[in-house]
Design a protein around this ligand. Structure first.
Ligand code: NIG
Ligand code: FE
Length: 403
């Protein structure tokens, strides 16, 4: 069955996690998972392109990063110093820095330059174990630059060995010189129809729609209008909510059938209940809460109420972190998640948040062959160790191919 197929791989492991299991990949997918001896006899006549002996190692599902802002130009390291000296995120934003700073530099950047830095960032994420990454636009705000960012994301989707779920985030901030209502109208009347046209022509296929629903950015009503208009053109709703102020974003997301809501440091009890009922995933972002010294989101309460809790790196100029292992570590220490919960949140639940849990996020026959192999017989080392994961991770595999 597997004989002669050029994309066949076998992973045997003697780890305590998988107890001498083997994984066989073929044509980019997981063809078989089972006891090593059973698999060996099942595939006895097969030739494998590559066999990786994983004795003493652990094989884990490829990590899924459910929230990133990876396409931008300009350096905001100076803002880190301002924050350390006491400036808040919103003080910097309202003074014209933060997202506005990045928007100005991204508008001025050439598409090629944006692609090259984006590619490099994706490679760093992949080296830290991410095999599927949600990637947002949102540093253009005007149609021209939003499309430039989405083209860059599309190009990586087509050309790189990493999974990408793309998100239109034109409502990441209110552009200078416009009111929130004007920006909302522009998005609904100009941006979204263009995205629909580009999808039909096959040029850019966007998966999700996002809004920064926050006091002083987009209020609940503007958020509702934008998300509904995005849903109407077939985008999954996946937005920033209840981060710095309680906005009732969670309640809105549940009502609109959102796939996921990110941040949620300030979510209400009613919002948590509504999200659980609506099967709307909570994408928690431990790097941001850490960087901005925010109140931690109530991960324990969410888990107890049955919310699908996912994790994301939130990689962006404010939270410069490529590493999902680091994110899991922070989720355990600061949000009191167990290591099992953190791993589920960074794999199958993050895949769910992107509408991809049928094909990604776990090692199951028929799913995409995305795996991470670590040099430890205890998988927990991926979370326990913080920093230096490149040395712990032996192989990252996307669609059955070592990358
Ligand atoms: O998720 N909160 C809004 N957006 C980003 C930050 C973007 C930026 O500061 O450039 C976030 O943390
Ligand atoms: Fe974000």
């Amino acid at each position: 069955m597997a004989g002669g197929n050029p994309s066949t791989l076998d992973f045997s492991t003697g780890s305590r996690f998988l107890c001498s299991l083997s994984v066989v990949c073929r044509d980019g997918c997981i063809k078989a998972v089972g006891q090593a001896d059973v698999i060996r006899s099942q595939f006895s006549g097969a030739t494998f392109e590559r066999i990786i002996d994983c004795s003493g190692k652990c094989v884990l599902p490829g990590l899924v990063d459910a929230h990133t802002h990876p396409v931008w130009a300009g350096d905001r390291v100076h803002e880190f110093a301002m924050k350390l000296a006491g400036a808040s995120y919103m003080e910097i934003h309202q003074a014209g820095g933060g997202i506005h700073f990045t928007v100005e530099h991204t508008r001025n950047a050439k598409e090629e330059e944006l692609f090259n830095t984006f590619k490099h960032r994706l490679e760093r994420m992949r080296r830290a174990g991410s095999t599927l990454v949600e990637c947002k636009s949102g540093y253009g705000l005007n149609l021209e630059t939003e499309l430039k960012m989405l083209r860059v994301i599309e190009r990586a989707k087509q050309s790189m060995d990493i999974g990408i779920s793309s998100t239109y985030c034109g409502a990441h901030s209110v552009p200078k010189g416009k009111t929130a209502t004007e920006a909302t109208d522009d998005i609904i009347n100009n941006h979204l129809p263009k995205l629909k046209e580009l999808k039909l022509s096959g040029e850019i296929h966007v998966n999700n729609i996002d809004v920064f629903c926050e006091k002083g950015v987009f209020d609940l009503e503007s958020t509702r209008r934008i998300l509904q208009a995005g849903k109407d053109i077939g985008l999954q709703i996946n937005f920033h909510g209840d981060e710095l102020h309680p906005m009732k974003s969670a309640e809105l997301g549940a009502e609109l059938g959102a796939r996921a809501i990110s941040h949620l440091e300030e979510v209400s009890d009613e919002g948590i209940t509504a999200m659980a009922r609506a099967k709307c995933a909570a994408v928690l972002l431990p790097t941001t809460a850490y960087m901005l010294r925010l109140k931690q989101p109530q991960a324990r309460k969410m888990l107890e109420e049955g919310v699908i809790v996912a994790l994301g790196s939130d990689f962006n100029p404010n939270a410069y972190c490529f590493s999902m292992p680091m994110v899991m570590h922070l989720a355990c220490v600061n949000m009191k998640m167990s290591m099992n919960e953190a791993l589920a949140a960074a794999t199958i639940n993050a895949a769910y948040a992107l509408g991809k849990s049928d094909t990604h996020g776990s090692i199951e026959t028929g799913k995409q062959g995305d795996l991470v192999i670590i040099n430890s017989s205890r998988w927990e080392h991926l979370i326990y160790q913080f920093g230096g994961h490149e040395a712990l991770i032996n192989y990252v595999i996307v669609k059955g191919k070592v990358v």
